[in-house]
Design a protein around this ligand. Structure first.
Ligand code: HAM
Length: 482
């Protein structure tokens, strides 16, 4: 039987009461700037700061990134998508050809470089063109169609940084190449919607059809004529867009443009019968799957390769005009051929991970505030709380034994935090508190002699002595106790 003990290792300051201080200190950067950094090194830190619009993903946020990655991976796997990875650096012409010369992404936002051999390369601004290139390069048309792939990774756009808009950001994407069928579009929308739903984000899908290139050409004649007649009412940006890419005027968020856009001819009225039927069938699938959507006639997307169905995903109940899309996608039946392959249909979507992380963090904060207001502080889950245990050691002999015991526990599926480089118990218990573990195992000289370990409850400070041979069993029991 484990004995309860008031230990020689007792120290009240390590109870969870000291956690608040630790939590405050954990706020990124505070410790560095206040206590460690001299004026000289502050200058150095400035010199080596991240580039504008790019950021480090620190451990606290990193946990959320991982959670989202796993949620996305699980769903993509369940829907039969296989993982694909394409290079981050590609020939610039790949995106100029596919995303389009008249688009903001190619015109203003590409990270363009001259490679050592003077060829023009760029950091990828998106992944769809790369996957379409890979499909052709590797003869994937010989595989059973459609070829369904998913990927996750950084994208680069030299945009003006603002909330939810970075120069380096991450996307989770699915592409389905080789099948022209409304069910493919509905399946992709369903995957994107359900990833967000699984993360607790109530989502609204905005959907439209922009028809075939021929439909669009006819429509563009009509739209250009209309915009010219309203030129004097348009914002300066839209006046420029009107000449380069009139469709993009419909995307404008400028208040000044709102009434002109609302009155503009709608592309849906210019669709061929085939495109109309295709789109109606996509909507029927969405109805059947109970996926909430709104028809958005002004949704045209900012990339040239789209045909027929286009869609974007927004957090429900938030003013869509004022916020950024969490994701978007659509059909691109001409893309593979444009890149030198056989005529091959395709469709896909991407979610913007930083934006999804932002929503999840905001929701977690709202939940914490609500619990605090209701006096239910104890129900607030600490995102840093790891579920593992901490292993502290005292003395050379104990340190030598530690590695064996830690590895033994790890092999049994238990996460064991530790820092064997530290010899002070106080420091080790502080680390344990920072990790938010419920228990710390302490191995000192006496325990080494007796073949025991102290198990310290971090909340109450109470410690129990247990036999080292019963350690696994004991920790397993702790793990299963809520
Ligand atoms: P996109 O709409 O350009 O589409 O980007 C998809 C998502 O990436 C956006 O909805 C947004 O959440 C996120 N995103 C875009 N730009 C930024 C930025 N500067 N900062 C942070 N997040 C951003 C595509 O990229 C297409 N490749 C989607 C697709 C896949 N279409 C077919 N297959």
């Amino acid at each position: 039987m484990p004995q309860k003990q008031k230990s020689k290792y007792n120290s009240n300051e390590h109870k969870n009461g000291s956690k608040k201080k630790n939590n405050d200190e954990r706020k990124e950067g505070k410790q560095i700037s206040k206590s460690v950094v001299s004026p000289v090194s502050k200058e150095k830190i400035k010199e080596f700061a991240t580039l504008r619009g790019m950021k480090d993903i620190l451990p606290r946020e990193g946990k959320l990134f991982q959670q989202i990655y796993h949620a996305a991976e699980d769903i993509a796997d369940a829907y039969g998508f296989s993982y694909i990875e394409t290079p981050i650096v590609e020939q610039a012409s790949l995106f100029i050809r596919s995303v389009g010369k008249g688009t903001d992404i190619v015109n203003k936002e590409m990270y363009l470089f001259e490679d050592n051999d003077s060829s023009k390369v760029c950091l990828r601004p998106e992944g769809t063109a790369s996957v379409a290139r890979a499909y052709t390069n590797h003869g994937m048309h010989t595989l059973p169609q459609p070829v369904k792939t998913w990927y996750w990774g950084p994208m680069f756009r030299h945009d003006r940084p603002q909330a939810g808009r970075y120069r380096e950001f991450h996307q989770f994407s699915c592409e389905s190449i080789g099948e022209h069928s409304p069910v493919v579009d509905a399946e992709l929308i369903s995957v994107a919607y359900n990833v967000l739903r699984d993360l607790g984000i109530s989502t609204m899908v905005h959907v439209n059809s922009i028809g075939t290139p021929v439909d669009r050409e006819n429509y563009l004649v009509e739209l250009s004529g209309y915009l010219k007649s309203k030129r004097s009412y348009l914002s300066e940006e839209s006046k420029k867009r009107m000449l380069k890419n009139p469709l993009r005027v419909l995307d404008s968020k400028e208040e000044q443009d709102a009434s002109v856009i609302a009155e503009a001819p709608q592309i849906i009225d210019w669709l061929s019968d085939e495109s109309k039927k295709f789109f109606m069938t996509v909507l029927e699938y969405l109805d059947e799957a109970k996926i909430p959507y709104v028809l958005t006639p002004t949704l045209v997307r900012g990339l040239d390769y789209y045909t027929d169905t286009v869609f974007e995903l927004y957090e429900e109940g938030i003013d869509e005009q004022s916020q950024n899309a969490l994701g978007g996608g659509g059909r691109y039946d001409g893309l593979v051929e444009q890149l030198g392959g056989q005529p091959t249909p395709g469709a896909g979507f991407s979610l913007g991970i930083e934006r999804v992380v932002g929503v999840v963090q905001r929701k977690q904060e709202e939940e914490r505030k609500k619990l605090r207001a209701e006096g239910k502080e104890s129900e607030i889950s600490d995102p840093e709380k790891t579920g593992g245990i901490f292993f502290a050691q005292l003395g050379e002999q104990a340190r030598k034994r530690s590695l064996f015991l830690i590895e033994d526990l790890r092999r049994n599926g238990i996460t064991v935090y530790h820092n064997l480089a530290k010899s002070s118990l106080k420091t080790q218990l502080e680390l344990a508190n920072k990790k938010g573990v419920s228990h710390t195992l302490i191995l000192g000289q006496k325990e080494m002699q007796d073949g025991t370990v102290l198990v310290r409850n971090m909340e109450s400070g109470i410690q129990e002595i247990i036999d080292q041979r019963k350690l696994k069993h004991m920790v397993e029991k702790l793990r299963n106790t809520p």
